[in-house]
Design a binder for this molecule. Sequence first.
Ligand code: AMP
Length: 216
Amino acid sequence: MNRIVLVGPPGAGKGTISELLKYDYNLPTISTGDILRKNVALATDLGKQAKAFMDKGELVSDHLILDLIADRLEEEDAQKGYLLDGFPRNVAQADALDEMLTKKGAKIDYVIYLNVPDEELIRRITSRRVCSVCGATYNTITKPTTKDGVCDVCGGDVIQRADDTEETVRNRIEVYNKETHPLVAYYQQKGILSEIAADAPLEEVYERTQAVLGVE
Ligand code: AMP
């Protein structure tokens, strides 16, 4: 069973690494950020409640996130394992996840901590772009689209996320350090955390991740 949590600051590469793992390990990626963004785009009740927090780079209330996760983990494709990207985001969420899993006789198998210094994060995130249609990720420095603003995969509009501007990024990093980083010690204590130096080219970071999980 592979229940994997990816922890790391915004811009550490959690989304990119989980996209690669998804194919190689045949596990669904569950990104609370992606689910929330879809809800914002569709203007659902959840989206309306989450938007103001997301725009400022603050965390959305735990109860909304925990409801969303409880439903998602019940889905068919999540029964053989999953990759959690962006959840849990604080110790209260981690405790709630633990409780949810214990009830089912399950547990998290691996926690991968992608460690990148703050200065590098700002550079990475402000150059990050994403396709508004299929979610493919780009970077104006390291992975530009072939045609400006047009997705190579689906032809959709490639945009900057509303919360990828420098001001919001600085706040998201602060929120990460205060709320989320304590999870590193939390999972270390449980003996399931592997730290990966993620300030390196993607191929190397991915190889280090595979070395932890075992190559499929
Ligand atoms: P992400 O794509 O993971 O960087 O998430 C984007 C934004 O969605 C965050 O800045 C938060 O506002 C919100 N968010 C995503 N996941 C969570 C979570 N587990 N708990 C609280 N807020 C979250």
